[in-house]
Design a protein around this ligand. Structure first.
Ligand code: 13P
Length: 298
């Protein structure tokens, strides 16, 4: 299966009452881990790079080539979209140029008129090249300068205005935040999601897929309820990072306890030294796919 844009499989998820995963990648092995899980679970998947991850990895072209070549060399047959996560206008333009198959333009920090104006430009250009587009209204909170903000509720009129521009899937805050959730987090506002959905249905006459950002650490029953009420893409980053970190820390302890033997077996080779961490990512992605309900929907 070649790399594909995401609008068809995200819309199919919306119609079918399940969600696909948008999994952030951070390097080569991370990408392999996600692809392995998607193939094992026979699910469509978005592999996404934030602007920071793309910079870390060597740029958008490298990310696009890396994912494309891995899909080929690993014999991946499930649909894979190469997606930009939280891109600004310049990043969106760059990803259109280098051939990402999907992108998120995030103008949520701009006044709504400007967000809509720029979003329209991005959507029109991306669609003319067969690239799917996600945009955001309101702001999805998270940790900033050590302060964890409450998740915001996206203004419903803004969601409708963005949908009318022809966006393929829409990120709208319903109390979700990026990163770990604080102990006193109030949970997802499913009532607000329902209102957004009803307004979108009334304005568009069809089901608009909603994207749930900050998918790590939300209790599974709340994720399932959100999916039943219109969420068709769930973004996950922190959960994979934590799984990697936990498994790697355990391995370091194991290594220390058996140092002479492990050194003799050359387990310091990064291909072996990092294996447990990356296997943990695959496990974590597979487990999320089961909760999202997209297994065997490829
Ligand atoms: P988490 O890191 O909280 O999973 O959020 C990921 C995300 O929403 C990326 O856009």
């Amino acid at each position: 299966m070649p790399i594909v844009s995401a609008e068809k499989f995200v819309q199919a998820a919306r119609e079918g009452g399940y969600a696909v995963g948008g999994f952030n990648t951070n390097n080569l092995e991370w990408t392999q881990s996600i692809l392995r899980a998607a193939q094992a679970k026979n699910t469509p998947v978005l592999i996404q790079t934030s602007m920071g991850a793309a910079k870390y990895m060597g740029g958008y072209k490298l990310c696009k080539d890396l994912i494309t070549d891995l899909v080929d060399s690993m014999g991946i047959t499930v649909p894979v979209a190469i997606h930009l996560d939280h891109g600004d206008y310049d990043a969106a333009m760059e990803c259109i140029k280098v051939g990402y198959s999907s992108l998120m333009f995030d103008g949520s920090h701009l006044p709504i008129e400007e967000n809509l104006k720029k979003a329209k430009e991005v959507i029109d250009l991306a669609h003319s090249k067969g690239i799917s587009v996600e945009c955001e209204v309101g702001t999805i909170g998270g940790e900033e300068d050590g302060i964890i903000g409450d998740g915001e509720l996206a203004p419903i009129d803004d969601a409708v205005a963005m949908a009318k521009l022809g966006v393929d899937f829409l990120a709208a805050g319903i109390g979700n935040i990026h990163g770990p959730y604080p102990a006193d987090w109030k949970g997802l506002h499913i009532d607000h999601l329902t209102k957004i959905n009803e307004a979108l249905m009334a304005a568009m006459g069809h089901k608009v897929p909603i994207v749930l950002h900050g998918g790590s650490g939300i209790p599974d029953d709340q994720i399932r309820e959100a999916i039943a009420n219109g969420v068709a893409k769930v973004n996950v980053n922190t959960e994979c990072q934590l799984a990697f970190c936990k498994a790697q820390r355990e391995y370091v302890h194991e290594f220390d306890a058996n140092e002479a033997e492990y050194m003799k077996e050359k387990l310091f080779d990064p291909r072996k030294f990092l294996k447990k961490g990356f296997d943990a990512i695959t496990e974590s992605v597979e487990e999320r796919i089961d909760v999202f309900g997209s297994a065997n929907k490829a």
